[in-house]
Design a protein around this ligand. Structure first.
Ligand code: ZN
Length: 463
């Protein structure tokens, strides 16, 4: 009976009224007011979510240490599919996969299309099955609400770039963007959620827990526990990808009230959970890269930049770069970096440690007298939002680039190789928008790159 009502409320009020009027008479109308959620605006199709997710998942499986425990994988899959059975996918069918990562950091992530990775640390930190189910219900909700590609769509539309360290490979929508999002290095944009997306995943996750018969408070309890245990310490990775929205627990409690309150016989734990937890606790510990390396993968101290230069031609400009560097991305959103200069930071997000990235940001009124100043300020504000430790160390100064008025700004940020990096940003207003060139190197090695950065900038010719 309950089930019938649930299905009817999902397909909409009208259908519920017409079809379930009789059923409603037999059961209290406890679920009619559950919060209705829908995926937001998206440039991608569901099929593209799956394609992007699959490509990223294949890379993640190669780059991350997996638990390689058939028992634990089977347990996660069984638990995951039990939750998926109660997830509203808005008509889409996803090829769900659940993987265990041999990483003791308390984290989990879900790529678009349904590829879910749970760190052993999350299993070890959960007090019971309901808490683990809570984390997983939250993750699969991000998939069903298509938050990853919704964010990529917004980044593309408002900025024309995917952020510099969070996924520097911007580019044209469709083909080029898809190709770039297919790189695990672009994970930053797919996996760093907004607080609004977090609240939605919390609400949907609570509904899934409730409908699966778990204590619906377990998800928020787990997040609270994580926050309390790590107060004053480095927050767990989970919160850098899933920022805590305000009043998280209150909002979840409200939803539980809408659902009719915690069910009396809610499931909390299982023997299978306890067995899987014992199993992961016995796995060998995989050491992350040495602390000095910042936990980054794929990044190592590069060879010195060659003084002989290669040419690059974009739609709006040409430039030259050291011929022992590689080009990443294409068109007007590119990066040039030496081998070892690009990789993933400790949370698996794409990062450029050494090199130059160039992008174009759309500007509403490019002809306004102060357009260069205001667009530059906007760019830097945007960067600071996605890089909370980024600071301006030298305010914008007027310079010229290929005889065009330009601004030169210096910033510092956390380097993916540990310590601080220097980011030198040159901005120029062009008919296609604000062109920005970012020269990046670790602070301690910056003087080895200053001259190369200067040569690259001197070689820029606008069309
Ligand atoms: Zn989240």
């Amino acid at each position: 009976m309950f089930k019938a009502i649930r299905i009817h409320t999902r397909i909409g009020r009208k259908a519920a009224m017409a079809g379930a009027a009789a059923a409603l008479a037999f059961a209290p109308n406890v679920q009619a007011q559950r919060t209705q959620l829908k995926p937001g605006w998206n440039l991608f199709s569901v099929q593209q979510d799956i394609a992007v997710g699959k490509q990223n998942a294949e890379q993640a499986e190669k780059q991350l240490p997996l638990c390689n425990s058939p028992k634990v994988d089977a347990y996660l899959t069984q638990l995951g599919m039990k939750l998926v059975a109660h997830l509203d996918t808005h008509g889409a069918t996803y090829p769900w996969e659940f993987h265990c990562v041999n990483d003791r950091a308390i984290n989990a992530f879900a790529l678009p299309g349904g590829y879910v990775f749970v760190n052993r640390g999350a299993i070890e930190a959960a007090d019971n099955e309901a808490q683990l189910a809570g984390v997983m219900a939250h993750e699969i909700s991000h998939v069903a609400l298509r938050h990853g590609t919704n964010q990529a769509s917004k980044a593309q539309a408002t900025q024309g770039l995917l952020g510099i360290t969070g996924g520097l490979f911007g580019g044209g929508v469709s083909g080029a963007l898809l190709q770039q999002l297919g790189s695990f290095a672009a994970g930053g944009v797919l996996l760093r959620y907004s607080r609004t997306a977090e609240t939605q995943a919390d609400i949907s996750g609570t509904q899934v827990l409730y409908d699966s018969g778990y204590d619906p408070r377990a998800m928020a309890q787990f997040f609270e526990k994580l926050e309390a245990e790590t107060k004053g310490k480095n927050p767990p990775e989970f919160f850098s990808d899933h920022p805590s929205p305000d009043h998280r627990v209150d909002r979840v409690d409200q939803e539980i009230a809408k659902l009719g309150g915690p069910p009396p016989n809610a499931k909390k734990d299982s023997q299978e959970f306890e067995a899987a937890k014992r199993e992961v606790m016995n796995l060998p510990i995989v050491k992350k890269a040495a602390p000095g390396a910042g936990g980054a993968t794929g990044i190592s101290k590069p060879e010195a930049p060659s003084s002989s230069m290669a040419a690059y031609q974009a739609t709006g400009y040409t430039l030259r770069y050291p011929d022992n560097w590689k080009k990443y991305g294409d068109q007007d959103n590119v990066a040039f970096a030496p081998d070892g200069g690009v990789g993933n930071d400790s949370s698996g997000h794409g990062a450029l440690a050494y090199g130059v990235s160039i992008g174009t940001q759309k500007v509403r009124d490019a002809n306004a007298p102060s357009a260069l100043d205001s667009a530059t300020q906007q760019l830097i504000e945007g960067l600071k939002q996605s890089n909370p430790n980024m600071k301006v160390t030298r305010q914008a100064v007027r310079v010229r680039l290929n005889n065009q008025p330009a601004l030169s700004t210096y910033l510092t940020n956390d380097s993916p190789v540990g310590g601080q990096e220097t980011d030198w940003i040159i901005t120029v207003m062009r008919p296609e928008g604000l062109v920005y060139i970012v020269c990046t190197a670790p602070q301690a090695e910056y003087s080895n790159y200053d001259k190369t950065f200067g040569s690259i900038l001197d070689s820029v010719r606008f069309k």
